[in-house]
Design a protein around this ligand. Structure first.
Ligand SMILES: [Zn+2]
Length: 183
């Protein structure tokens, strides 16, 4: 674990820092033969307020970074016969293209729907870019002025869209079944 990761992802670090704030005057008191409580008591109020604000900001930073974290799976399928676009959905203010592997010479297989990893600009449909601004992600279009601030990554929202689309297809199939019976 890198220091940056430790400082931004674990609640242990601010808790540790708070404890250290109490332990350091104690060590100081031992070496100077002073009363520990008196040492703490003599620390100016402004320093306590400063430390409290620092601690609060630190905890807020960790909460936000945790909310922003998402495991990104590096694996994806590469279909032999390429993709067929099957539609697009607007979700979270951007466009998500849905596609299915081209079945090639085996068209009887029931196709699965996949959502493109990168969403499209809602204005000009260009693939968006994502950059990590530490406290948020910026999704921006290189072709027009579209820009969006979010705590979610492309992959997190993509997974959600995939769930919704999958359910929409199930609903359509169920409705078809009710109307026409099995097959
Ligand atoms: Zn655009």
């Amino acid at each position: 674990m890198t220091i940056k990761k430790f400082l931004t992802e674990s609640y242990r670090s601010p808790v540790g820092a708070a404890l250290l704030t109490l332990i350091l005057p104690y060590i100081y008191a031992i070496f100077t033969n002073k009363d520990w409580i008196a040492v703490i008591y003599n620390i100016p109020k402004e320093i306590w307020i400063f430390l409290a604000i620092l601690l609060l900001l630190w905890i807020i930073t960790i909460s936000i970074r945790r909310k922003m974290s998402f495991y990104h799976s590096p694996y994806g399928i590469v279909p032999t016969f390429g993709w067929i676009n099957v539609g697009e959905w607007e979700y979270d203010g951007v466009i998500w293209k849905a596609r299915t592997p081209n079945p090639g010479p085996f068209p009887d297989k029931k196709p699965s729907i996949y959502i493109e990893n990168t969403p499209r600009c809602p204005i000009c449909k260009t693939e968006l870019e994502q950059s990590d601004k530490f406290y948020w992600y910026s999704w921006s279009c290189v072709r027009c002025s579209f820009r969006k601030i979010t705590w979610n990554t492309f992959s997190k929202v993509k997974k959600r869209v995939e769930k919704i689309v999958k359910r929409n297809i199930e609903v359509a199939e169920e409705e078809y079944f009710i109307k026409h019976g099995n097959k």
